[in-house]
Design a protein around this ligand. Structure first.
Ligand SMILES: [Fe+2]
Ligand SMILES: [Fe+2]
Length: 324
């Protein structure tokens, strides 16, 4: 029930609330020093830090193949790609820090298993074709999700996304090209490519999140101009991008129901298996424990680097003070 006090708040915004509302209404940008509602800040911290964690954890399934890449050229490309993902994580941690959270807090939450990251990275990468399927499907889904985020209302997030998206489109093309080369190869290579597409197709569709009618936070994020399209709209766009590319590749998308409904212009698809998605999300996916353990070990192994960097910074500060 709405009380008179609520009505007073709704009709009488404070000057800060009015200013925030006016910026959003004009599709402008909120910057770190601007006033913002607590819920807006919390939503952004959650979303940006999850996104940063996904970039960092997402390095693992591909780093797994750097030493086994089939040629020097492939090794160089894969190393550059994995390194890009580290950079994306750093831009995003920096963007989240402008909202008042610290890098240490975010990292502690990740290695304690309390923070979420994209479930897609909890699947294994048993063959070289997985590098193709990840680039084509996972980075492809990331692009569909992230291009609209370049216009997110929070300035540091939107600007980070512009740089990230440029690199993601290279990632998608390199994945496509790996699959294309395999599909032009021997029957065994073709089978390997098709098998990887079969395994990554459904998890990549799940990257857009639950169907619109089960996505409680979407409406608010859209009102705040953080999100610009609904989960189902983005999933449709993604499938629309994949269908002609699958034809060029000569791979089959593993959904017998998939077809374009001419009347609505929308793709008809089979039901997504959300039980599996929820299992992985709950930490019971094939690789959850291993991904976290690897991240935790890397953090501990890197302690001496952080200590050395902090000692150097302290020494420099003393020198600067003496000079001043
Ligand atoms: Fe990335
Ligand atoms: Fe990427």
């Amino acid at each position: 029930m709405t009380s008179p006090a609520d009505l007073a708040v709704a009709s009488d915004p404070t000057p800060e609330e009015a200013q925030f509302g006016a910026i959003i209404a004009a599709d402008g940008r909120i910057e770190p020093r601007d006033w913002m509602p607590d819920a807006y800040r919390r939503t952004l911290v959650r979303q940006i830090s999850q996104h940063a964690h996904s970039e960092i954890i997402g390095m693992q399934p591909e780093a797994n193949w750097i030493t086994r890449a089939p040629s020097l050229k492939r090794k160089a490309i894969l190393m550059a790609k994995v390194q890009d993902e580290a950079g994306h994580g750093l831009y995003l941690y920096s963007a989240a820090q402008t909202l008042g959270t610290t890098r240490d807090d975010m990292m502690d939450a990740l290695i304690a298993g309390k923070a979420r990251y994209s479930s897609i990275f909890n699947y294994p990468t048993p063959t070289w074709a997985d590098m193709g399927a990840i680039g084509w499907l996972v980075d492809g889904a990331a692009i569909c999700n992230q291009v609209p985020l370049c216009r997110a209302s929070y300035g540091p997030y939107g600007r980070a996304m512009v740089r990230i998206c440029k690199e993601e489109s290279f990632h998608q093309r390199q994945g496509f090209e790996i699959l294309l080369e395999l599909m032009r190869g021997t029957p065994a290579q073709q089978r390997m490519a098709q098998d990887a597409v079969d395994r990554w197709y459904w998890p990549s569709l799940q990257m857009f999140g639950p169907p619109d009618d089960q996505s409680p936070n979407s409406a608010q994020s859209m009102e705040w101009n953080i999100k610009r399209f609904t989960n189902d709209e983005l999933r449709q766009r993604f499938v629309g991008m994949l269908v002609p590319q699958a034809e060029v590749l000569g791979v089959t998308l593993p959904d017998p129901e998939l077809r374009l409904d001419e009347a609505s212009g929308r793709y008809v698809m089979s039901e997504i298996d959300w039980t599996e998605f929820n299992e992985v999300l709950a930490g019971r996916g094939p690789m959850n424990a291993e991904r976290l353990k690897r991240r935790r070990d890397a953090h501990e192994d890197g302690a001496w680097v952080r200590e050395a960097a902090a000692a150097y910074a302290a020494k420099r500060a003393v020198q600067r003070e003496a000079a001043a």
